[in-house]
Design a binder for this molecule. Structure first.
Ligand SMILES: *[C@@H]1O[C@H](CO)[C@@H](O)[C@H](O)[C@H]1NC(C)=O
Ligand SMILES: *[C@@H]1O[C@H](CO)[C@@H](O)[C@H](O)[C@H]1NC(C)=O
Ligand SMILES: *[C@@H]1O[C@H](CO)[C@@H](O)[C@H](O)[C@H]1NC(C)=O
Ligand SMILES: *[C@@H]1O[C@H](CO)[C@@H](O)[C@H](O)[C@H]1NC(C)=O
Length: 603
């Protein structure tokens, strides 16, 4: 294989070395620890005040590249899909991603690699894992990091082997003293897991981060299906190399098709903290997440390592509509989370695909974004998760514009001036009074909120709503993306809040997918203000309703961006007035993306 970016041939570290790392915990891990603490301190002192400008700046090409983002993670060029193996190692955040280094389209996939001190600014490194073995010669697909005792990261990933079978492989860093972990070594005995009997060998992939039970046994889940019923197959191991399948899958659901990127992780009740993936006792629930049909679906339940089962609190029934719990109701897929012990939080990444045409991607020279990293925790109700951009994003905030107690009467469109509307962070809260006039929605038969959003976009008048913001709007409003709410009352005197992203007018260009998104927001509008945060970044808008209870991520490609600046508005197109109690909008600076000097292609 010809890899212009990769000129080294790693000498394989013997499996024995890894086993020694894992097994001889007391002495070797103590020595490793002492050594690493030393390295860590050297690193931190080097890192303090370090400017990423030491590296080589990437060409920005902002003028010719109206859809390239300013603060979302992107490789310098070409195709990117799933996030892989995110972790914190020796004070450095590592991010790996599915990458085709040769084209802006899917192809033979390697693991792209970048590092960061703050999850905001990134240093691009050479690809970490790429086809070299029979067991991964056709591609190195998605996988996860597990930090083994002694602080040794191990990577489990899916290889597409010489017969295009999907098998699971193991790799580890060549040099644990290099905080950037630039070089990776593969287990010579790969694959370590092959498809079980009765499972199609092209639908068996994406090993999760491993968790350690109280019995000293490691566990992982791998995605697949039996007869179109999606499953998270469960595997166990005592040495991380010899894995045995447990007879029952940890979770499954009928007729979903094959599952991808399954994850199981604990969340502490009544806390915004995260937990190590191996934590299981105390006031803890577990989240089971799987990807299928282009969405990341999750359920919350109780995991018992003794009985080796996961009991979801709401059963595993899926309506197939946006009434089901999803991380995000827009473009957000193949996510992966990790525990960040420096801030006691769980951080979530996801692939945000393009929705323009393949021809457009080839012309742009790139395809695929990552969501801005989100902290993820369980809501006080215990019924759903909350997601919120990690706090480090605030370092990018520039000029701030504020509004307070601003009444929006029926039909109002008010421009929010003084921020760079194509690259902004906008938080806004709406206060509603006297909801007697709210539209009645018949909820006796189940309604699909996404269908409601599609049928009743921003130009369809209601009573309370549509109200919200018009983002990435041209001056004449011909192109605009409305993110808005509607409030309904139902036959039982209860209220529902619907959140929508209306993409129908997001662009006048053709061959763009302008499907609208939407879901209900679990708040009572009689007692709560309705808040909305939007991270706007050229061709992406990440929207967070009610403090992160409902999220919709959209891709947008307005034509006007090639010749005029974007505008931002607040609007109310309902018959009833609403009040903006509070609004803050910030211009966002560019994050720094640099190429490490060790990258061969940058020399
Ligand atoms: C391992 O990494 C450290 C830190 O970057 C470096 O000083 C050392 O030379 C590396 N060792 C080898 C064998 O490459
Ligand atoms: C792998 O583990 C299983 C279950 O613990 C055991 O029966 C088997 O002998 C092991 N195989 C090897 C090669 O160690
Ligand atoms: C969490 O908080 C809710 C209400 O805020 C309370 O009902 C519940 O008992 C709390 N749970 C725990 C485990 O503290
Ligand atoms: C408000 O509704 C009117 C008519 O229903 C429509 O023409 C207009 O575009 C809507 N405004 C927004 C901001 O969508």
């Amino acid at each position: 294989m010809d890899h212009p970016h990769i000129h080294y041939t790693p000498t394989p570290l013997l499996l024995d070395n890894l086993k020694t790392y894992i097994m001889n915990k007391p002495l070797s891990s103590f020595l490793t620890l002492c050594f690493l603490v030393l390295v860590y301190h050297t690193l931190i002192s080097n890192a303090t005040g370090r400017s990423l400008i030491d590296g080589i700046l990437l060409p920005t090409q902002k003028n010719e590249q109206p859809y390239r983002t300013g603060y979302h993670f992107q490789p310098p060029s070409n195709w990117m899909n799933d996030p892989n193996g995110p972790m914190l190692y020796q004070g450095v955040y590592h991010f790996f991603y599915q990458y085709n280094p040769y084209a802006a389209t899917f192809g033979t996939i390697v693991w792209g690699h970048a590092v960061s001190y703050d999850l905001v600014n990134w240093i691009h490194l050479d690809p970490a894992i790429y086809p070299t073995q029979e067991a991964d010669i056709n591609s190195c697909w998605s996988g996860s990091a597990t930090i083994l005792p002694g602080n040794i990261p191990a990577m489990l990933y899916t290889g597409s082997d010489s017969n295009s079978r999907q098998v699971q492989d193991l790799a580890w860093p060549k040099n644990l003293s290099d905080p950037f972990l630039r070089e990776w070594v593969k287990y010579a005995g790969n694959p370590i897991i092959t498809p079980p009997a009765g499972v199609k060998d092209d639908c068996f992939r994406d090993p999760s981060t491993a968790w350690l039970g109280p019995d000293g046994v490691w566990r992982i889940v791998v995605g697949g299906d039996r007869d179109n019923n999606g499953m998270a197959f469960l595997y166990q191991s005592t040495d991380f190399v010899n894995w045995t399948r447990y007879e029952q899958p940890l979770a499954s659901a009928d007729a979903t098709g094959s599952w991808e990127c399954p994850e199981l992780f604990p969340v502490p009740l009544n806390s915004t903290n995260g937990l190590d993936t191996s934590a299981y006792s105390g006031n803890v629930m577990h989240v089971m997440k799987a990807g299928f049909e282009g969405h990341d679906w999750y359920t919350i339940g109780t995991y018992s390592p003794d009985r080796e089962n996961f009991l979801p609190q709401n059963g595993l029934k899926l309506s197939g509509s946006t009434l089901d719990l999803r991380y995000d109701y827009g473009q957000f897929y193949a996510s992966k989370s990790f525990y960040d012990d420096s801030k006691n939080r769980r951080v979530l990444w996801a692939w945000v695909p393009e929705t323009d045409s393949q021809e457009d991607d080839i012309e742009k020279g790139w395809a695929g974004l990552q969501s801005f990293p989100r902290a993820i925790w369980i809501d006080g109700s215990g019924k759903q998760l909350i997601q919120w951009p990690v706090e480090e994003i605030e370092s990018l905030r520039g000029n701030e514009v504020k509004l307070q107690n601003k009444k929006l009467t029926s039909g109002t469109v008010v421009e929010i001036q003084g921020v760079t509307a194509s690259q902004a962070d906008v938080t806004i809260s709406f206060k509603l009074e006297d909801l007697k006039e709210a539209e009645v929605l018949d909820t006796s038969s189940s309604v699909d909120p996404q269908v409601l959003c599609t049928e009743r976009g921003a130009s369809s008048k209601g009573a309370f709503g549509p109200f919200g913001v018009l983002a990435m709007a041209s001056k004449d409003l011909k192109e605009q993306t409305a993110i808005f709410f509607r409030v309904f009352q139902n036959q039982n005197g209860r209220y529902s809040v619907l959140m929508c992203s209306d993409l129908s007018r997001s662009t006048v260009r053709s061959n763009i997918d302008t499907t609208s998104f939407g879901a209900f927001v679990d708040i009572d509008p009689r007692y709560n203000e309705i808040s909305l945060r939007n991270l706007i970044d050229h061709s992406i808008i990440e929207s967070f309703g009610a403090g992160g209870k409902t999220c919709t991520t959209s891709r947008i490609y307005p034509k006007f961006l090639t010749y005029e600046d974007a505008h931002l508005f607040a609007f109310n197109n309902g018959t009833q007035s609403v009040k903006i109690s509070q609004m803050s909008a910030w211009s966002m600076k560019n994050a720094e993306f640099v190429i490490d000097q060790t990258v061969k292609s940058a020399a």
